[in-house]
Design a protein around this ligand. Structure first.
Ligand code: ATP
Ligand code: MG
Length: 454
C-alpha cells in the first residue's frame, strides 16, 4: 500500500471529502499484491461522472457514457470510473447498456478473472476481494469470476486475455476455466472479437518471458485455429535431423529464445510459416527451394499480418525478416557477396535479421554453436564492410547520372539508369572503383558494349 502513488491516494481522499469512496481496482491492485510494477492506476468510485468532474480541476470526459473520467495530475492520467453493474452482452463484445451501481462488489463481479477483481481502498488499506483473488495470486492461477462458461459467452476477448495473463504472469489456467475457454459456445463469441484487439493481445503476450505459454494456450483451447490456422500446420510436421522438435515446437522455442521486442517476436512466430507447405519439395531438391520457402513464407506472413490489422510498415518489415532469415549466415562468402547481401536486406533490417537468425538456431533444441558463430561472423563482417563504405545504391556512387550523360554523350533515357546500376555492381565487387575517373572509364566500357549489342 505504501507503493500507491501520492496522487492516487489524493484522488481517493478527495472523493472521501466529498462523501464518496475511491478504490484502486484491476491490473494495478493485482500487480501491487504480486509485487510487480503497476502500469496504470485505475480508480473506481461510487461518485457519478458529473460529480467526479466537479471534484477535480483538470479533467477529461474520456467516456462519460461508460462512466470514465480522466483526472490529470502533474501530467499523469488517472482513469476514475463510476461503479458499474453487469448488464447483458448480446453482441459478445460490449454490455448492451451501462448501469451504474453503488456496490463495489457488484462492480468486481463483472470483471474477467479473480486476480483482476480485487479492490483496495488506499486511504484505509481495506481490501475487497469477494472472489478469492488474493488466494489465486498466491496459488498463481488464472480463474474466471463466477461461472466461466457464462463469462466467456459474454465476451470472447477474455479467452485471449487468459492466455496472455498465463504467459505474462507465468500462472497456470484453472482447469474449469480452461475447459470453458475450449467450448464451442465460447468460440462463437471469440469469432466476434475484432482483429485489432487480437493483435494487441498477441503483442502484449510477446512481452512475456516465454510467449509460447500464451500461444500454447491458444492452441489447446482452439482459438488459434480461428485466428491463424496456418500456424497449426506445423503441429506434428517433422523436421530434418538438425532439429529436435516438429515445426510448431521449433517455432515455440524460437519465440522464447528471441529478444523480447514484440515485432521481432512476431517475426519469430511466423518465420517458418511456409515450412509445412514447402517441406516436401525441399526434401527432394535441397537448397533450391530455399527461395520458394522464403518467398512463400513472406507472402503468408504478410497475409496473416494484414488480417490482424498490423500497419503496412510492420507488415513490410516482418515480411522482409521472414523473406531473408534463411540466408543470414556467413558460409565463407566473399566480401562482395557480403556487400550484396547488405544491399539486398538493407542495413536498417540487418540487426533484427541477426537477432531472428540467432533465435531460430537457438530454437532447434540441439547444439547450434557452429550456426551461432556463422551468424556472428556475418554480423561482424557486414558491420565492418558497412563502416568502410559500402555502396548501397546509385546515390553512393562517386558520379551522377547527368555527369555520365555529359561526359559520354549519352542521350536521356533508360540507358543512364542501367549503366548506373551496373556501376553499383562494379563498386560492390571492388570499392576501390568508386572514384570519378575509374567510374567514367568503366561507364565508357559498359556503354560501348551496350552499343555493340544493339
Ligand atoms: P494490463 O493493463 O496489464 O493489460 P489489466 O488487467 O489492467 O492488465 P485492462 O485492460 O487495463 O487490463 O483492464 C483493467 C481491468 O478491467 C481488468 O483488470 C479487469 O478487471 C477489467 N477488464 C478488462 N477487460 C475486461 C474484459 N474483457 N472482461 C471483464 N473485465 C475486464
Ligand atoms: Mg491496465
Amino acid at each position: 500500500i505504501d507503493k500507491v502513488p501520492e496522487d492516487v491516494l489524493g484522488i481517493c481522499r478527495r472523493l472521501r471529502e466529498n462523501g464518496k469512496r475511491g478504490w484502486i481496482v484491476g491490473g494495478c491492485v493485482r500487480d501491487l499484491l504480486r509485487g510487480a510494477p503497476a502500469k496504470d492506476w485505475d480508480v473506481a468510485t461510487d461518485a457519478r461522472p458529473e460529480e467526479v468532474m466537479r471534484m477535480f480541476r483538470k479533467v477529461i470526459p474520456t467516456g462519460l457514457q461508460h462512466g470514465t473520467v480522466t483526472v490529470l495530475l502533474r501530467g499523469v492520467h488517472y482513469e476514475v470510473t463510476t461503479l458499474r453493474g453487469e448488464g447483458a452482452y448480446s453482441d459478445g463484445r460490449r454490455p448492451d447498456k451501462v448501469e451504474f451501481v453503488d456496490d463495489i462488489s457488484a462492480d468486481l463481479a463483472r470483471r474477467d478473472f479473480t486476480v483482476n477483481a480485487i479492490a483496495l481502498d488506499p486511504v484505509d488499506g481495506h481490501v475487497i476481494d469477494p472472489f478469492g483473488g488474493a488466494r489465486d495470486l498466491e496459488a498463481r492461477v488464472v480463474r474466471a469470476v463466477g461461472d466461466p462458461r457464462e463469462r466467456f459467452g459474454e465476451d470472447g476477448l477474455r479467452i485471449l486475455r487468459a492466455a496472455r495473463f498465463s504467459a505474462t504472469m507465468e500462472f497456470s489456467i484453472d482447469p474449469d476455466t480452461e475447459r470453458a475457454m475450449s467450448e464451442p459456445r465460447s468460440h462463437v463469441t471469440f469469432r466476434r472479437v475484432s482483429a485489432e484487439r487480437v493483435r494487441d493481445e498477441w503483442l502484449k503476450s510477446m512481452r512475456a518471458r516465454r510467449p509460447s505459454v500464451a500461444f500454447e494456450a491458444m492452441r489447446r483451447t482452439g482459438i488459434l485455429e480461428i485466428t491463424c490456422p496456418e500456424l497449426l500446420e506445423g503441429v506434428g510436421c517433422a523436421q530434418n535431423k538438425w532439429h529436435a522438435y516438429d515445426v510448431w515446437g521449433h517455432v515455440m522455442a524460437c519465440l522464447d529464445a528471441s529478444e523480447p521486442a514484440p515485432l521481432l517476436r512476431v517475426a519469430a512466430l511466423l518465420h517458418d510459416i511456409a515450412k509445412p507447405r514447402t517441406r516436401e519439395l525441399s526434401d527432394k531438391t535441397g537448397d533450391y527451394t530455399f527461395h520458394d520457402h522464403e518467398k512463400l513464407g513472406a507472402e503468408m506472413a504478410m497475409e496473416i499480418l494484414g488480417r490482424l490489422r498490423f500497419s503496412n510498415e510492420e507488415r513490410d518489415r516482418i515480411g522482409a525478416l521472414v523473406r531473408h532469415h534463411l540466408l543470414c549466415y556467413d558460409e565463407g562468402w566473399t566480401d562482395a557477396a557480403v556487400r550484396r547481401w547488405i544491399r539486398r536486406v538493407t542495413p536498417d533490417l540487418a540487426p533484427d535479421l541477426y537477432a531472428l537468425a540467432l533465435a531460430d538456431v537457438r530454437g532447434k533444441g540441439r547444439d547450434a554453436t557452429g550456426e551461432v558463430a556463422s551468424i556472428e561472423r556475418l554480423r561482424e563482417r557486414a558491420t565492418g564492410l558497412l563502416a568502410a563504405g559500402t555502396a548501397l545504391g546509385t546515390k553512393d556512387l562517386a558520379i551522377r547520372g547527368n555527369e555520365l550523360m555529359k561526359e559520354l554523350g549519352i542521350p536521356p533515357g533508360p540507358v543512364v539508369g542501367e549503366i548506373l546500376g551496373a556501376l553499383v555492381e562494379v563498386v560492390t565487387d571492388d570499392p576501390a572503383e568508386n572514384e570519378r575517373g575509374r567510374l567514367l572509364a568503366a561507364a565508357r566500357r559498359l556503354y560501348e558494349e551496350r552499343k555493340q549489342q544493339t
